[in-house]
Design a protein around this ligand. Structure first.
Ligand code: HEC
Length: 126
């Protein structure tokens, strides 16, 4: 390998690693959702488990599934679920909503971004 191609390859690898905007990958997000499935459902007629059903999540006011017993903290939070609020809650639930009953700490930005892309399609009415 010549020195020039070596340098070009090194440059490519570097730009792939440092590129800030990866495309969110909903298929990968479905894998990340495995961490949530024991406590949540996604379907319109889905049951509440340890956590509330997530159907219709985007644009919904936090704590608004009528037949689920939320913490007072989440009910009083006034949060509307959007990409941004969900990202903050999934990154550090307790930090974002002190007193919430959900423990959440998805520390990898990429995991949260892919998961949110997946949830967007999986929680809406087709
Ligand atoms: C061990 C059970 C458990 C797991 C695992 C879990 N959650 Fe939760 N989740 C809860 C509980 C309990 C609440 C209600 C929190 C409260 O009332 O403070 C909740 C609330 C939520 C809410 C707010 C819903 C609303 O109606 O306001 C969202 C969004 C959410 N979870 C998403 C997720 C996602 C995404 C994952 C996977 C990364 C996940 N949860 C994993 C138990 C869980």
């Amino acid at each position: 390998m010549s020195r020039r191609t070596g340098a070009a390859i090194a440059l490519c690898v570097l730009s792939a690693l440092t590129s800030p905007a990866w495309a969110a990958d909903a298929a990968r997000g479905e894998q990340v959702y495995r961490k949530c499935v024991s406590c949540h459902t996604l379907e319109a007629n889905g049951r509440n488990r340890v956590g509330p059903r997530l159907h219709g999540l985007f644009g919904r006011v936090a704590g608004s599934v009528a037949d689920f017993r939320y913490s007072d903290a989440l009910k009083a939070s006034g949060i509307i679920w959007t990409d941004q609020t969900l990202d903050a809650y999934l990154k550090d639930s307790e930090g974002f909503v002190p007193g919430t009953k959900m423990y959440g700490g998805l520390s990898l930005d990429e995991d949260r971004e892919d998961l949110i892309a997946y949830l967007k399609s999986a929680t809406k009415t087709p």
